[in-house]
Design a protein around this ligand. Sequence first.
Ligand code: HEM
Length: 359
Amino acid sequence: MTRPAGSKRPTIVSLGIIAAVVGGAAGAFAYTAGWLSPDRISPDRVADGFGPGVVAGHRINHAKGTCFVGSFHSTGAGAALSTAPMLAKGDFPIVGRFNLGTPDPFAKDDTVRVRGIGMLISAPGGAQWRTAMINAPVFIVSTPQQFYELLQAGGSKDSEAMAKFTAAHPGTKPFLTWAMNGPWTGSYADEGYNGLNSFVFTDAAHTRRTVRWSMTPMQPVRRISATEFAKTGPDALEREIADRIARAPAKWMMTVQIAGEGDPTGDPSKAWPSDRRTVTLGEITADRVIAEADGPCRDLNFDPTVLPVGISTSDDPFPAARSAVYAKSFDRRTAGAANYPRHTNPDRPANTTAKEGGR
Ligand code: HEM
């Protein structure tokens, strides 16, 4: 999964890396995603697809990361679209995780194209909005089944498998174009993050609108070349974000784009027209970075189907499928927790698990 900084990498290997890094409740959701039919893929088989590089005690994808705590300052504008308690005007706590889309928790930062953020936004009374978003503008594939096939191609002994997969699925092109030519930055704070999957916002009058959410950085963004970034060191992102936030919080504007008639709400590989109505929900602030080993995000599962009243899943099959596989990852990593360095901080909040509140 990793390569020496500055080494040449053939396209096919790049595609392999992309396949591995993109990856990025259970029973009922898996069924609705069509994953439990005997001739179809299963959450376990998808989890296995992340390959032999998975390290015990760590997430099976997006394995390298660091925790933060912060808040969501809601302007109240979202309350016209959804009854979610955290969309009423106010401030709501966040436990989050900056991460890299790779199954390798020791990957060098410059070998990973996809950067992500996981967030759990809580409201009084126990409501939770969990989300996991990435910096890509679109997802690489159209369906969970295709994602499984992509993982298979990435792990195949056939050196042509990935090229064959992408040739057979031209819908991967917008993602690959971004992966090859899109800008790089030297900071998690300089990235925008996109939810990519669609969800339904329901307002007080029961009107339903299908939306996708995104975060745009409010600090001035500095773009750098991939080569320049490679020189900053294998773990530069974690160091940079901890140093930066120790000086001043990092902030993002949180928005939703509302689908128009006929927009592809079930396919995250397709962008919606840019003139669709966009509503600013408020500001996300990251106030404090805490190393993952002792951080409050370590044992959290940013399951995208854990949603408050007023937000629900749509016709997009991904969240259900993701939920089923994230649960497998959670079960496997907690089973291997003895392999993970932890508890250097006696103040670390205990018993923060995905089973609490979320499921
Ligand atoms: C069928 C498609 C997908 C599969 C099978 C998949 C699989 C996974 C798995 C197994 C994890 C680790 C979960 C854990 O241990 O807590 C993960 C994490 C993550 N995924 Fe996905 N993923 C998929 C699609 C997506 C999409 C569409 C996005 C972005 C919109 C995404 C963004 C993330 C992020 C940001 C994380 C890290 C969350 C954290 O910090 O815990 N994934 N994914």
